[in-house]
Write a protein that binds this ligand. Structure first.
Ligand code: ZN
Length: 115
């Protein structure tokens, strides 16, 4: 399962961030996940519960912040939402756009360490 390797990476990175703060326990970790990141939030939550076992994140909560996929239309100088499944077509001027502005995020944005 691909989410398990992602969850393992999140657990390792969050543990390192907490250690840098002088803590060996994490109470919660927040990640931003874009619609196009290829991650299923439910699967990520499940994988996180497995990956956190026996780590400083054993009691930690995983908070997933979904990020809407948006593209840029040069013609309208505006962003538009791609929707699901993603449709790279500006709804305002009816033209295609491949300029993705958001939606591929997969990053830790917050780690709460227990001091
Ligand atoms: Zn447009």
């Amino acid at each position: 399962m691909h989410e398990l390797s992602i969850a393992t990476a999140i657990v390792e990175q969050a543990g390192e961030i907490a250690r840098a703060d002088g803590s060996d326990r994490v109470s919660s970790v927040t990640v931003r996940v874009g619609e196009l990141a290829g991650v299923v939030p439910d699967a990520l939550h499940f994988a996180f519960e497995v990956a956190r076992e026996g780590t400083p994140l054993a009691g930690a909560r995983l908070v997933v912040e979904p990020v809407t996929a948006r593209a840029w239309c040069g013609g309208c100088a505006e962003e538009f939402t791609l929707g699901m499944p993603p449709f790279f077509w500006c709804p305002h001027c009816d033209r295609p756009s491949q300029e993705l502005r958001s939606g591929r995020e997969l990053e830790i944005t917050g780690v709460e360490a227990v001091l």
